[in-house]
Design a protein around this ligand. Sequence first.
Ligand SMILES: NC(=O)c1ccc[n+]([C@@H]2O[C@H](COP(=O)([O-])OP(=O)(O)OC[C@H]3O[C@@H](n4cnc5c(N)ncnc54)[C@H](O)[C@@H]3O)[C@@H](O)[C@H]2O)c1
Length: 332
Amino acid sequence: MRVLVTGGAGFIGSHVVDRLLLAGHEVTILDDLSTGTRENVAHHDGERRFRAVFDSVLNDRVVDTLVREADLVLHLAAAVGVKYIIENPLHSMRVNVRGTENVLESADRHRTRVILFSTSEIYGKSPDVPFREDADRLLGPTRIHRWSYSTAKAVDEILGLAYHEKHGLPVIVVRLFNTCGPRQRGRYGMVIPSFVDQAIRKQKITVYGDGTQTRCFCHVEDVVDGVMALLTCDEADGEIFNIGSHEEVSIIQLARRVRQLTESRSEIVLVPYSEAYEPGFEDMSRRVPDLRKIHEFVGYEPKRNLDDILHSVIDHRRTVLDSERALGQDRG
Ligand SMILES: NC(=O)c1ccc[n+]([C@@H]2O[C@H](COP(=O)([O-])OP(=O)(O)OC[C@H]3O[C@@H](n4cnc5c(N)ncnc54)[C@H](O)[C@@H]3O)[C@@H](O)[C@H]2O)c1
């Protein structure tokens, strides 16, 4: 297949690209490098079946040309990361709503199958864990930027499902829960690479809130396994799937485990949310996926545990920080 991956120079996108190329597909990425990097895909430079277009999903003409040439679109391009969204509220809404509209409009015009990458943020602060795909959503006020990401992604899902229902466009929605692994960066508020960098640099490990909030982290390779399995599943069209892991850990336990595995003596400190993000910021105390649906459709089962994730991130961040230090670019 000829596959267009928007956001293909990003953390998850670049792993998806690796796997698509390995499976023999032709891949074009469209990325504006706002949070992604050329290095994430540099190992494919010069490959015959790989092409990179550095432009925005807001550029509807470019989107249309690339979608026309593709048999399948994986739409990952988005403004991502709690910190990034809070700092860039207007731009984030435009990219996450208008960008997706561009992709869906072109896909509809050219009858191209689309996989939309959505998020567990959809469920908001609902206490009803584990979250099923058809569960109610519970969001806070519009003035709190965090909820704008959830709302924008919900609009994307609604649009995608409407195209499927009204025009028969093959669209699959995947809701990813916290995804981690090599190439993820801590700069925009991603917790595992942030803790790992702080521990390696012997800085304080900053836990936001009281640290009792829990998350289930999933290795990016497991997420890609799930996505790849859906590519060959026709019954998945028009459906929404959670993808993630069940292994639940509190953020304070996570900080301790990172400190242990990096053999660091960094102090772990608690930082109030209002200081870390914005006044009125709310976090969800638990976020656990119900994975029965994707298991039923394609037999999905995550294979890696939290320690596998942490080892892979620690190895990767050590390599990156060492080379930045050698080049005098260490930003720590
Ligand atoms: N990482 C997670 O835990 C997680 C969880 C849920 C959902 N997701 C979703 O997965 C997708 C990928 O996220 P990620 O974690 O790899 O983050 P990322 O920031 O590494 O990837 C996003 C990519 O999109 C690109 N991009 C942003 N705006 C763009 C634009 N206007 N035009 C073209 N490209 C643009 C960025 O440069 C980046 O390469 C996103 O849609 C995100 O909502 C991620």
